[in-house]
Design a protein around this ligand. Structure first.
Ligand SMILES: [Zn+2]
Ligand SMILES: [Zn+2]
Length: 183
């Protein structure tokens, strides 16, 4: 037996649908995310539960996939650095087309077209794009998060009346002068 890489959970067998337009099947699966899906600041962590609910429909060009992926993204608040958890329900859709040498003359390359080898479709890229699109650029623990104190780093949400005695620079200069004299 030759060594094979572990099959991707995103690879859905679809051989029975190939070249049989009109046939379809639904796939509802929950599996651990094989790699981080997201950005530097927020994403679905590796191993987190990913629910895939899609329908595969055989069409003349290949297989049309539509449905949703649901997962919980974990990130860091852009203001106070607290953990942010966000439920993501991302619409998934795309056409998995047969690798057909007949290239149409139409210039417009349709988006969301992926390759279908006649055996299985690999939803990883579609799912990744769908999830990332739903994620915020700057995650916030709450919309009005006041962030951190720029002087001591304390969380202002815990201590809204937080303040520091601001020493007038002229006074502090005088103060150090007096201290020098005294010593
Ligand atoms: Zn925050
Ligand atoms: Zn402070």
């Amino acid at each position: 037996m030759s060594q094979r890489p572990a099959p991707s959970p995103f690879r859905i067998p679809a051989r029975e649908l190939a070249r049989r337009p009109g046939t379809q099947k639904t796939v509802s699966e929950v599996f651990p995310a094989p790699a981080v899906l997201g950005t530097d600041v927020i994403g679905v962590p590796e191993g987190a539960e990913l629910s895939l609910d899609v329908s595969l429909e055989s069409v003349s060009e290949g297989i049309w996939v539509s449905g949703t992926v649901t997962a919980e993204a974990v990130g860091e608040c852009g203001r106070c650095l607290d953990e942010v958890r966000q439920q993501v329900v991302a619409p998934v859709q795309g056409l998995f087309a047969f690798d057909d040498p007949q290239v149409s003359d139409e210039d417009e390359e349709p988006e969301d077209v992926f390759e279908f080898d006649g055996e299985a479709i690999d939803l990883e890229e579609v799912v990744r794009d769908a999830v990332v699109t739903q994620l915020p650029f700057t995650p916030l623990c709450r919309p009005d998060c006041p962030g951190l104190c720029d002087q001591c780093g304390a969380r202002l949400a815990d201590d809204p009346d937080h303040a520091h005695d601001v020493i007038d620079p002229r006074w502090s200069a005088l103060q150090s002068l007096t201290e020098q004299k005294e010593s």
